[in-house]
Unconditional design. Structure first.
Length: 712
């Protein structure tokens, strides 16, 4: 029996949910990292709050649902549902306490540089007059207090609903009244007092909406005295369930979206000093089996993002303007000519997403383009991608849009896009009912002479212009006709359920992607057995799949050296003697969100090497990506593009020492501190053009060659 099989599950795998919470702890750590400008640190704090909300809406909600159904399910590391929920609750309490400590610290720092958040007792004099007018004119008309008595039952409170509850006494006859006030989401969380541009001498002053209401509660409840009050907020189950046998998938999703708003309460957060009788009222009416958290500070940490927009460039990252690849400009902006000459990869956000838009816009306007096929997972609210597809349909081209309705929290927006596209004459397809289409593929068929040529774009990220400015992703353009034939089969598979009989370049899930990776891992083992180097590098967002993890363990035991750059969840235990001695894992958290998926195999050589096998992918190494999603794995063969992805991008990720964390065998992460070899991955790419986009400028060889240190 192998050592892998002998070890208990909890010694082979980390728990997925706890690993995610560990990632969010790292995000929160950046809020305390004084290397970052102050308002960027506030942004990291708000991101950690938003992340936690979504975690409870989906992951914790899923566990609670399994618990309610009395399922005897176990996690990959052997924990029961109850054990996971207990561990998650404890870890979340620690995280939320750390968030409050961080907020108190940031609040004091902000005050010293001219950004203040006023307490209720600081609203006096002229400020009180200004805020009272604001309250009367812009807040009071929107508020609707509701008495709580037998004639007025406790109302429904929506997801993320933030409310105040009051115990009052009528002044004239001392009759007690209990009131609930739901704060509408249309009201801004913070009101900024007029003061012009902020500075230490002329501070920007903010008042939280709940502070404003409490300060002028007498206007809301004239003739009453406030005896006690408290605030609370709730999170509901927001995962979507729909009938797989539904005759109309769109109608089913519309119904599911309405039901999501009424999902059961998963988390109840309330002020720690709320009076016991009010606390009991809220718990009795709302909590049920919800997890209760009491906060000693600011509720809804995610809302702190509202103050990040303060016009203080001195407190934010220096502005960065993405480059447009020089090689396309050398062809007069003709994307097709540049791609036809040679494959090109665009590295976002360092190179602009406008390249992708230009590709689609040119396809829409080009009279020789006869067909466009496009996957749409997340496209954003103001999408130039949608406009290009509509323009192409208006021009009489055959346009197919594969819209994924199951893109979590983008379902409603995607339904709107689907309707708009159909009205324009686009053939809209929704793909499989029980699988998500997560692959990022754009395919343009162009008439050239007496034949047709297919141009393809394969991405590691979404067709979303906003996230493309903050997510690091790769856009690969090719006119390789093998890729074109494979892309056509992919679309036929999703639109018509025609399973590809043979693929020349691509590997797809849910048919064969995991097998392909395991064969590549096994090949590295065989290289070691033959006396050649065995090396694997991979950059991913998550590593969860037990089968792939155990393949990596086998490779490590055989002597294959493995370096994984995993931003978020990692269930693999690195550096465990006898199990994973040769596996190292790091996580990078910094200015940009690392999102690209890259996999490299030495192929009998050390890495980096020109003969290594290099792939980009839309898939993380998770069961859902291999078994329940349509994903792509795309080989990179062009020498320049190969060098850019392997020698430049992957090496830079391994060299980073300023934004990196090392995963230890016990599951803890420690920040990498290497003062002798300071290297910032994001700064490097902001100041150094990529290889494949340089065109003739590459000949000048002005790009510093990155050298791996022996210890990396």
């Amino acid at each position: 029996m192998s050592l892998i099989a002998q070890l208990p599950l909890n010694e082979r795998f980390f728990n997925r949910e706890l690993s995610w919470l560990s990632f969010n702890h790292r995000v929160l750590e950046e809020a305390g990292n004084k290397v970052h400008p102050l308002l960027e640190r506030l942004r990291f704090l708000s991101i950690s709050g938003n992340n936690l909300d979504e975690f409870f809406m989906v992951r914790v909600a899923g566990l609670k649902g399994q618990q309610l159904q009395s399922l005897n399910a176990y996690s990959n590391d052997g924990m029961t549902i109850g054990q996971q929920l207990a561990a998650l609750t404890e870890s979340t309490r620690e995280l939320m306490a750390s968030q409050q400590e961080c907020w108190l610290s940031l609040r004091e720092e902000m005050k010293t540089v001219g950004i203040q958040v006023l307490n209720i007792d600081e609203i006096n004099g002229e400020d009180a007059e200004i805020l009272e007018n604001h309250f009367r004119e812009q807040v009071f008309p929107v508020l609707t207090p509701q008495a709580l008595d037998p004639a007025h039952p406790f109302p429904f409170i929506p997801n993320k609903g933030f409310s105040l509850v009051f115990d009052l006494v009528r002044q004239v006859d001392k009759i007690p009244v209990r009131e609930l006030l739901m704060i509408p989401s249309t009201l801004p969380r913070f009101i900024r007092l007029p003061s012009g541009a902020s500075s230490p001498q002329n501070p920007a002053r903010y008042v939280a909406i709940e502070t404003l209401i409490r300060r002028f509660v007498s206007i809301l409840f004239p003739g009453f005295d406030v005896i006690s009050h408290g605030a609370f907020r709730l999170i509901r189950d927001s995962d979507i369930e729909f009938q797989e046998e539904a005759e109309d998938l769109v109608l089913s999703f519309h119904s599911a979206l309405k039901m999501r708003r009424k999902g059961r309460v998963i988390q109840l957060e309330m002020e720690k000093d709320m009076p016991p009788d009010l606390e009991k009222l809220v718990c009795d009416e709302i909590s049920g089996d919800a997890i209760l958290f009491q906060s000693s500070g600011f509720l809804a940490i995610s809302d702190l993002s509202r103050m990040v927009e303060e016009e203080r460039p001195d407190l934010k990252f220096a502005p960065f303007t993405p480059r447009f690849p020089e090689r396309i400009m050398e062809y007069g902006g003709d994307c097709f000519a540049a791609i036809r000459a040679k494959d090109i990869i665009v590295h976002h956000p360092y190179e602009t997403f406008d390249v992708v838009l230009a590709f689609l816009q040119q396809a829409a306007a080009d009279p020789d383009v006869v067909a466009i096929k496009q996957t749409l997972y997340r496209a954003g609210k103001q999408s130039a991608v949608i406009r290009s597809l509509v323009d192409a349909a208006d021009a009489g081209k055959s346009v197919t849009a594969l819209v994924e309705l199951k893109a979590r929290f983008d379902e409603e927006q995607n339904l709107k896009w689907a309707t708009q596209l159909e009205r324009a004459g686009v053939q809209v397809v929704y793909g499989f009912i029980d699988w998500k289409t997560h692959a990022k593929v754009s395919m343009v068929v162009r008439r050239e002479g007496n034949s047709y040529r297919t141009y393809c774009h394969f991405g590691t990220g979404n067709y979303h212009p906003v996230t493309a400015r903050i997510y690091t992703d790769l856009s690969f353009f090719t006119a390789d006709q093998r890729a074109g034939r494979d892309a056509a089969q992919l679309f036929n598979y999703v639109t018509g359920y025609v399973e590809p009989p043979h693929l020349e370049m691509l590997s797809l899930s849910p048919h064969g992607l995991r097998d392909k990776l395991q064969k590549l891992i096994d090949a590295e083992i065989e290289h070691v057995k033959a006396g050649r180097p065995g090396v694997i590098w991979a950059k991913l967002n998550s590593v969860v799949d037990p089968a792939i993890i155990e393949s990596l363990y086998r490779a490590s035991q055989a002597g294959v050296h493995i370096d994984l750059i995993v931003r978020g969840i990692c269930c693999l235990r690195p550096q465990v003697p006898g199990l994973s001695d040769n596996i190292r894992v790091k996580s990078i958290v910094g200015r940009f969100l690392e999102h690209s998926r890259i996999v490299c195999f030495g192929n009998g050589h050390g890495l980096p090497h020109k003969d290594a096998l290099v792939f980009i992918s839309s898939a993380d190494w998770m069961q859902r990506n291999f078994d329940r999603r349509v994903e792509t794995l795309v080989p990179i063969e062009n020498p320049t593009v190969h060098a850019q992805v392997l020698d430049q991008i992957m090496v830079a990720n391994l060299l980073d020492s300023e934004q990196s964390w090392r995963l230890l065998p016990d599951g803890r992460y420690e920040r990498i501190k290497d003062p002798e070899h300071l290297f910032n991955l994001h700064h490097y790419f902001m100041t150094n053009p990529s290889l494949s986009g340089r065109g003739t400028a590459l000949i000048e060889n002005k790009i510093p060659k990155l050298q791996l240190r022996e210890e990396i």
